[in-house]
Write a protein of this length. Structure first.
Ligand SMILES: Cc1cc2nc3c(=O)[nH]c(=O)nc-3n(C[C@H](O)[C@H](O)[C@H](O)COP(=O)(O)OP(=O)(O)OC[C@H]3O[C@@H](n4cnc5c(N)ncnc54)[C@H](O)[C@@H]3O)c2cc1C
Length: 398
């Protein structure tokens, strides 16, 4: 009898998991990917798309997925773990032997009058709004994390005639090294972005009126779908599916999780943030552990870490912060055009890594994480900056 592995969510984690399973060539293994979008969404490029710096932020699933993956273009509305079935929005029930929960993030709310750019529809709405603004119109970007910074810079660089401001409750990108943070602030000012740190954003009413802006781009924190909680699966306070270190749901032997929608509920893994750089290794590792379970082998603890965080500040400016495995900044950093090129390379590599996994199961490798039991921030600094080998690891993506 065959085995069915169902992957929920065709983002970075889900596609990586589907490819690792399908390319393994296990006889009788049916790999099903349920995801609503007709094309793969390159979320890490949505700020470029919103600012009109890029014509498209999607890729053909056909060019990314192993041909053995059966894709169902729908959304799962319920997981019934006791019955090992999921229910699709069209009412269909789908049985599984193994399930990978990789439904991602971006479900956060925004106040009236604001547009969120972390999903394709929001980015497309922002793109249309920005394109018709007259010279001198005001655009307020809200948030102090990497998404906000990248969006503000990209918008200011693309639309030189608009007045762009960045509003954050605290300092921008506080998790970066001091020099990198200063350089990011300088670059934002060079791009013409007015920095309004420390000013709370008015709550209630239309936020555009409160900020005196024609368009407000809301980049203040990711939310996650409530599918896991609504299905009675264990979640943390933010609604992320709770996993053990092998990426399996505690108390469930057939459900695994990966990416933004899931979290390893072990304090050792607190360094793993919501980001593409963590999502892809988690997707691959979850699939690897399913293959081990099928072979009757012991599952492995998830092990991934960071090397570099690349920030785009327009098409020809950027910053790279080199990181320790635990996501803490080292003293090494790059700026300007070199950093922008590095970021572009990393963005292209994400699709290559996914395609590589479709060609050979196990092809994708990643930097190892901090060593359990060691003081992870006290690692000796290397004498030369290491090349960032993974997609950039945000300190926060809000
Ligand atoms: C503008 C922007 C820039 C970013 N830049 C970077 C960066 O430079 N580096 C970095 O590391 N990270 C970056 N990120 C973060 C990164 O995009 C996310 O961390 C990453 O997309 C998470 O991958 P994922 O597979 O978990 O989820 P996603 O990529 O969000 O994919 C989830 C998928 O699940 C689907 N789904 C949702 N609900 C259901 C359901 N009920 N049933 C079936 N399918 C469902 C969704 O439609 C989607 O296709 C950026 C994010 C944004 C918004």
């Amino acid at each position: 009898m065959g085995t069915t592995a169902v992957i929920l969510g065709g983002g970075y984690a889900g596609v990586m998991a589907a490819n690792r399973l399908a390319a393994s060539g296990r006889p009788g293994l049916d790999v099903v990917l349920v995801t609503p979008e007709p094309r793969f969404v390159e979320r890490i490029r949505l700020h470029e798309y919103a600012a009109g710096a890029r014509a498209d932020a999607t890729a053909d699933f056909g060019s990314l997925l192993h041909p053995g993956v059966r894709r169902i273009p729908d959304r799962v509305v319920q997981i019934r773990a006791n019955e090992r079935t999921v229910q699709l929005a069209d009412g269909t029930e789908l049985g599984y032997d193994y399930l990978v929960y990789a439904v991602g993030s971006a479900a956060g709310t925004a106040p009236d009058g604001a547009v969120r750019i972390e999903h394709l529809e929001g980015a497309a709405a922002a793109r249309s709004d920005l394109a018709v603004l007259p010279a001198g119109a005001r655009v307020a970007v809200v948030g102090g994390g990497l998404t906000a910074v990248e969006t503000a810079a990209e918008t200011a660089r693309s639309f030189g005639s608009l007045r762009v401001s960045l509003h954050s409750a605290g300092p921008v990108v506080p998790g970066l090294g001091t020099q990198t943070r200063r350089s990011v602030e300088k670059s934002l000012r060079r791009a013409g972005v007015e920095l309004c740190s420390g000013t709370p954003v008015p709550a209630g009413g239309d936020v555009r009126a409160g900020l005196g802006a024609d368009v407000v781009l809301w980049c203040a924190g990711f939310g996650v779908p409530d599918l896991a909680a609504a299905s009675g699966l264990p979640v943390n306070d933010d609604g992320r599916l709770s996993l053990d270190p092998t990426l399996r749901v505690r108390g469930q032997d057939r459900i695994y999780g990966a990416g933004d929608a899931a979290v390893i509920d072990d304090p050792f893994y607190a360094y793993l943030r919501m980001c593409c750089a963590a999502a892809m290794p988690m997707g691959a590792e979850a699939a690897g552990n399913i293959l081990r379970a099928l072979d009757g082998k012991a599952e492995v603890r998830h092990d991934s870490g960071f090397r570099g965080l690349c920030i785009s500040l327009g098409r020809s400016d950027g910053a790279v912060q080199f990181l320790s495995a635990d996501d803490s900044p080292t003293r090494f950093h790059l700026h300007g055009r070199t950093a922008a090129v590095q970021k572009e390379i990393i963005c292209r590599m994400t699709l290559r890594w996914i395609r590589g996994e479709a060609t050979r199961s196990g092809a994708h490798t990643w930097p190892t994480g901090p060593q359990a039991g060691k003081a992870t921030t006290a690692a000796p600094a290397p004498t030369t900056p290491p090349a960032p080998t993974a997609a950039p690891a945000p300190t926060t993506r809000s």
